[in-house]
Design a binder for this molecule. Structure first.
Ligand code: GDP
Ligand code: NAG
Ligand code: MG
Length: 404
């Protein structure tokens, strides 16, 4: 029986690989790392995002951290793991119960893990024996007052000193920090590694205002590899698929018979009059686009608008001869997935349409555009926007997919 020794050797090899960064383990030496120590050696990277930011910017911030940690792993830092920050108290999710929501509610965690070593907060808790999760260092990131010195953007950071963190650790009362340090930061996310290396023995490091560091390579291969791994929870996909089959008569991921619109209202309608149209302006633009697509009569509308605005839009478009659809969730879906899940279902339905029209500078629309690039739609059918009623209407940037 030679299987067992082989297995043991393999385990040792794995352990040695995890251990490489820290120390070389000689069997004669004292304190030789045993398996328990190896497990404890994990370096956990936590982060959070400026509280008012919405779901879809947060998805982008995740990608910055995921790419950084995946790259660090490739360069031998095998013990780094990224902790997925629970979704808590999001500004737009009005009906949500105030409890931290794990990422598996919205995303396919195995797929995320295929790109980066991520771990849910509840898994971190389950590894801990104490009643409290104590972070070693929390870096509170802050912008420099002047980001452009002499008109040049320079990458830099500087420690301000000890300070306070009062944003509440994703709603958990049992998380504390040994040290909180304020840091002015400007630059790409890989520069955070310089901060991480200040305290090489820290095992739990957190960055707040994760939106401040920028992508290392925005729109390049690593970006898209990460983006492709951000698959939604299969149950949400299934709900969207069923809706598309039932109401939009399509059984494929690339439909040929409906147009979709992301009609962003609320704060956009209130404060971005130069970017978004009125209801009448929306009707006019949709009619104009649909006249160029004579085979399409079905229109799917995703929106955060009030019921009265939606009803008006629906009435006007129906009078013009179009068949208008919205996703109206059942109570069961509302209870199970909340506003966050419903928004994802809207995004999936938009991303599978023949033709998509989005809202200018909405990250909700950007994520739909990326999904369509991944599905392989022609870019002409994707990078379209609603224009304001009057004034200039800048064409959307085309962030097309990069596969190699
Ligand atoms: N269900 C649904 N929710 C939306 C829609 N548009 C916006 N929302 C909600 O409003 C939030 C908008 O914030 P965010 O994700 O930051 O996107 P942005 O503000 O448009 O860049 C979303 O996360 C949703 O919760 C929509 O078409 N459908
Ligand atoms: C912290 O509290 C949450 C519930 O609020 C619980 O799920 C988690 O296990 C606790 N963590 C620890 C380390 O006890
Ligand atoms: Mg937003």
């Amino acid at each position: 029986m030679f299987l067992l020794p082989l297995l043991v050797t393999n385990l040792l090899l794995v352990a040695a690989e995890i251990d490489t960064e820290v120390q070389y383990c000689d069997k004669d030496a004292q304190n030789c790392g045993n398996e328990v120590e190896v497990v404890d050696d994990t370096k956990l990277i936590f982060y959070d995002v400026n509280p008012p930011e919405g779901f879809n910017l947060r998805r982008d911030v995740y990608m910055r951290f995921a790419v950084m940690v995946a790259e660090a792993r490739k360069k031998g830092r095998k013990n780094w793991e990224l902790v997925l920050p629970p979704w808590y108290n999001l500004y737009h999710w009005k009906s949500e119960k105030r409890v931290p929501i794990p990422w598996n509610k919205f995303f396919d965690i195995d797929s995320l893990k295929s790109f980066a070593p991520v771990v849910e907060m509840y898994e971190v808790f389950s590894r801990i024996k104490n009643d409290v999760l104590e972070l070693d260092t929390v870096y509170v990131l802050q912008n420099f007052e002047d980001s452009f010195e002499d008109g040049n953007f320079v990458e830099e950071w500087g420690i301000v000193g000890n300070c306070e963190y009062d944003e509440g650790f994703w709603g958990y009362k049992n998380i504390t920090a040994k040290e909180v340090v304020c840091v002015k930061f400007q630059g790409k996310i890989s520069k955070l590694k310089e901060l991480i290396s200040l305290h090489p023995h820290d095992k739990k490091i957190m960055f707040t205002h994760g939106e401040i560091p920028l992508h290392d390579l925005y729109g390049l291969k690593s970006y898209w590899d990460c983006r492709k791994s951000m698959k939604f929870n299969k149950k949400l996909e299934k709900i969207a698929k069923k809706y598309i089959a039932e109401y939009l008569d399509c059984n494929s991921k690339k439909c040929k018979n409906y147009l979709s619109v992301h009609w962003r209202r609320q704060d956009f309608a209130r404060s971005r009059g130069n970017d978004v149209p009125s209801i009448a302006g929306t009707v006019k633009q949709l009619h104009k686009n649909l006249r160029r697509l004579p085979e399409i009569k079905k229109v799917f509308i995703a929106s955060d608008a009030s019921m009265s605005e939606i009803n008006k839009l629906e009435k006007d478009l129906t009078e013009l001869g179009y068949e208008i659809h919205f996703f109206l969730p059942s109570l069961a879906i509302i209870n199970e997935y909340g506003d966050g899940g419903i928004a994802i279902i809207d995004q999936i339905i938009c991303s599978r349409a023949t033709y998509f029209i989005g809202t200018h500078e909405s990250t909700f629309s950007y994520r739909i555009q990326e999904e369509r690039e991944i599905l392989g739609f022609k870019s002409d059918t994707t990078f379209n926007r609603l224009c304001p009623d009057s004034g200039i209407c800048i064409k959307p940037s085309r962030w097309t997919i990069v596969n190699k």
